[in-house]
Design a protein around this ligand. Structure first.
Ligand code: FES
Length: 107
C-alpha cells in the first residue's frame, strides 16, 4: 500500500497536492477531521484545478474551486455544485488513514 503523507501535513480546511508512484496528480484535503482525495483534474476541460501551489479551496475554504472558470465542488463528494461542469464530479481517490498517522492509497 502506498503511503502519500502524514495526517499533520494537511491541516483542517487546507489541501496539498501529491504525485503518486504511478504518476497520478492528486490532492488531499481535510474537512471536519476526515480526509478526502481527488485526481487533480477539472471535469470541465481536464486541466489541473489550481493556479497557485496547494490552493484548491475557495476564499471561504468551503468548497474545492477550479481556478480556470471557478467551478465549485463539494469537499465530501467531489460533486460540482456551481460552474460550467455543474452535475459532474471530481474523480475520487480512495485513501485510508492508518494507526501510524499516515495516509495511504487504498489498493
Ligand atoms: S476548467 Fe475547471 S471550470 Fe473550466
Amino acid at each position: 500500500m502506498e503511503k502519500i503523507c502524514m495526517m499533520e501535513e494537511i491541516p483542517e480546511r487546507e489541501a496539498r497536492s501529491f504525485e503518486t508512484s504511478e504518476g497520478d496528480n492528486i490532492f488531499i484535503t481535510q474537512r471536519d477531521g476526515a480526509f478526502f482525495a481527488y485526481q487533480n483534474l477539472c471535469p470541465h476541460l481536464q486541466v489541473e484545478l489550481e493556479f497557485l501551489e496547494n490552493q484548491f479551496l475557495d476564499r471561504d475554504q468551503q468548497f474545492i474551486e477550479c481556478s480556470t472558470h471557478g467551478a465549485l465542488f463539494d469537499v465530501e463528494t467531489g460533486l460540482c455544485i456551481s460552474g460550467p461542469c455543474q452535475g459532474d464530479s471530481l474523480e475520487k481517490v480512495e485513501i485510508k488513514v492508518h494507526s501510524d498517522g499516515g495516509i495511504y492509497l487504498q489498493d
